[in-house]
Design a protein. Structure first.
Length: 311
């Protein structure tokens, strides 16, 4: 008996479901009633794997319900699916076509099923996104002050003061949420025991990289986007470059590593060693980002506090 795969195209209004052993594409409303209908429909066909794209949060309710119903589901990067469709020569794009392509993607690529974020992790993710938005708005308002007319400067300054207070409130709320959970609090204490790791990196890793501690060093580095990839062809040997990954994690890791190259004895020694070998400062810094992340991953995995001699 052939194994069954399913693909679900998620849009604001509808959920289009393609099951590999069915010729008809089913469409359901993207609301609580429609989500329940999708779950019932998939329970009937028992797919080995269900794939849907990340669509800015519209897929979260359905993904959570599928997990609760014990239906294996993977939320994938839309770019991966689009590249897969192009490789198959399928350039047309409609909701039903996308659902079929997702089912094919599930069958041929078979992405690994990973645990989806729990409710608390999703809350912290949302708060981290809002925190970054506040920081971006503060930067924009600061830039406007340089060229603003005298008549609008007080308005910009008032807005800046409000944004800064909101940022402080957000940081306080994030800290309180971490402290209320024993598991999160223990992980936060582990991470912050490392010189150079402050509250921003710790909370970002806990919220935006929940896989920390469950993978090996190479896997976690690739997931975060700090693993170099080869660019070779024939006799050509291109520069290895990092790409992909999770931008928010990488940005927080970058700032923490800058501090660590000064105050963390292990990272500082590694950074200076790379510079002595002739590495560019940027290359050396990315390598230190990767080393710091691998250390943090091992600490969470082994439930071990920072010990300089160990690394």
């Amino acid at each position: 008996m052939d194994k069954v795969q399913a693909g679900i195209d998620v849009s604001k209004a509808t959920l289009d479901v393609s099951v590999s052993n069915q010729k008809v594409i089913k469409s359901f409303p993207n609301e609580e009633r429609g989500v329940k209908q999708v779950v019932s429909y998939l329970r009937k066909h028992k797919p080995e794997l269900t794939v849907m794209e990340a669509t800015g949060g519209m897929e979260k309710l359905l993904a959570a319900c599928l997990v609760e119903a014990a239906i294996p589901v993977v939320v994938v990067n839309p770019r991966q699916v689009r590249d897969f469709a192009k490789a198959k020569g399928k350039l047309a794009k409609t909701d039903s076509i996308d659902a079929c392509i997702l089912a094919e993607f599930a069958r041929e690529i078979h992405p690994e099923v990973r645990p989806l974020s729990d409710k608390q992790t999703e809350e912290i993710k949302a708060m981290l996104v809002r925190r970054q938005q506040l920081r971006d708005m503060i930067t924009m308002e600061n830039n406007r002050l340089w060229s603003a007319d005298m008549r609008v400067i007080p308005s910009i300054q008032d807005h800046l003061n409000w944004l800064k207070q909101e940022l402080k409130n957000m940081d306080k709320d994030l800290e309180e949420k971490i402290q209320k959970s024993q598991i999160w609090r223990e992980k936060d204490n582990l991470l912050r025991s490392v010189p150079g790791v402050g509250p921003v990196l710790s909370i970002t890793l806990l919220g935006a990289l929940p896989e920390l501690g469950s993978m090996n060093g190479k896997q976690i580095a690739a997931l975060a986007g700090v693993a170099p990839f080869n660019r070779d062809s024939g006799k050509y040997r291109g520069k290895r470059m990092i790409k992909g990954g999770r931008g928010r994690v990488r940005a927080a890791l970058y700032m923490a590593t800058l501090v660590a190259t000064r105050f963390n004895p292990v990272i500082k020694a590694y950074y200076n060693h790379l510079l002595e070998m002739g590495k560019l400062k940027k290359v050396a810094l990315v390598a230190c980002m990767r080393k710091l992340l691998v250390i943090l991953n091992a600490m969470i995995r082994d439930h071990r506090y920072w010990q300089c001699a160990t690394y």
